[in-house]
Design a protein around this ligand. Structure first.
Ligand SMILES: Cc1cc2nc3c(=O)[nH]c(=O)nc-3n(C[C@H](O)[C@H](O)[C@H](O)COP(=O)(O)OP(=O)(O)OC[C@H]3O[C@@H](n4cnc5c(N)ncnc54)[C@H](O)[C@@H]3O)c2cc1C
Length: 314
């Protein structure tokens, strides 16, 4: 097997877990090389080398504005330069759009929602809202595969050599859209929802008070998620929404509190390894997919769980 090109949109220090997971998959099937649409500092380049990257591809000139069309144009050129056996990206909306555009540019097949990639490049996917897994393979062009977060253990830093750096010329993508304003996301100190290993999610049952959920999430080093009822009510930002029209998550542990478990909510979280549901209504549909269920008031159950964790840690 030759090289496997990993697209890392925003390489930063420490290297994000999602990037280290992609590097781990790349190393299991070939020689990892990285394409970054942003110029890399020496420290980040060295860190990528310590995590197994043998070569780095960057744009020869900074992209005019790092829009999806420009990222796709860059990645397509990087693929031509690197000649990899496969290309791996994350599974965010944006990464999937980049993958689709590169697929069209290169006439290559694209597989999204992968949870595993075998050395023969057959891909395991989670389909129909996580109810089934399917195995598939790209037959045309260079396989372009987007992989869900938390699918594998990430690669740890070793003593790899500094990777070779190459700069690719990116063709003009023409007028598309212009970014008129950027505002920094409020920093919560919690992990990114789609990468979090633990998520405590609340619905209409929280009645506007996410305090007990935040407390438990912080004790477990997790993120806070929500149903659409909670985000529509304005109790929490829309980026916290889990489900069909929100984020798809696959944490090790998903604690659902005051969420009925509508099909659109399940679509985004039922591939979680362990689901714990807390609901006052013993007939709530969420209990159909829960590994552990607590019939009770979340304002009583969550503080007790937090107190017990503190007691055991003391
Ligand atoms: C096209 C489309 C897309 C959608 N996309 C999404 C999506 O991405 N994500 C999503 O979540 N929804 C989505 N929905 C909405 C979805 O159908 C449900 O309406 C929504 O998930 C309900 O949210 P909920 O469970 O918080 O509220 P409810 O269904 O009202 O449930 C609240 C639950 O809280 C329980 N409860 C109340 N008080 C307490 C308490 N004190 N302690 C414990 N339990 C309590 C109740 O028993 C109840 O089961 C979508 C709908 C459509 C039509």
């Amino acid at each position: 097997m030759g090289s496997v090109l990993v697209f890392i949109d925003v390489p930063s220090l420490p290297l994000p877990r999602a990037a280290r997971e992609l590097l781990a998959i790349a190393a299991s099937i070939g020689e990892p090389v990285v394409a970054s649409p942003r110029p890399l500092s020496g420290e980040i380049a060295a860190e990528l080398g310590r995590h197994g990257a043998r070569a780095l591809y960057e744009p020869a000139r900074p992209l005019p504005d790092v829009l999806i069309a420009a990222k796709a144009a860059f990645l397509a050129e990087a693929v031509k330069a690197a000649g990899p056996a496969a290309v791996l990206l994350g599974n965010s909306f944006e990464d999937r759009e980049v993958a689709a555009r590169v697929g069209i540019k290169l006439g290559s097949g694209v597989i999204t929602d992968a949870v595993a990639v075998a050395p023969d490049l057959s891909v395991t996917k989670s389909v129909l809202a996580g109810s089934f897994t399917s195995t598939c393979r790209v037959e045309t062009g260079v396989p372009i595969i987007t992989v869900k977060a938390n699918s594998v253990e990430p690669v740890e830093a070793g003593g790899g050599a500094d990777p070779e750096r190459s700069f690719v010329t990116v063709p003009e993508t023409g007028p598309a859209a212009t970014v008129t304003e950027r505002s920094e996301k409020r920093v919560s100190g919690r992990p990114e929802l789609s990468e979090a290993r633990v998520i405590v999610a609340g619905g209409r049952g929280v009645d506007g008070d996410f305090g007990p959920l935040e407390e438990l999430a912080d004790l477990l080093g997790g993120a806070v998620g929500a149903s659409r009822a909670a985000t529509d009510a304005g109790w929490i930002e829309h980026s916290a929404q889990v489900g069909q029209t929100g984020k798809t998550v696959s944490p090790q542990l998903y604690i659902s509190a005051g969420i009925s478990g509508a099909i659109q909510q399940k679509a985004g979280m039922q591939t979680a390894k362990v689901i714990v549901a807390i609901n006052k209504d013993s007939d709530a549909p969420v209990f159909e997919i829960a590994d552990f269920g607590v019939v009770g008031d979340l304002f009583s159950v969550l503080p007790q769980a937090a107190a017990e964790i503190r007691r055991r840690r003391a």
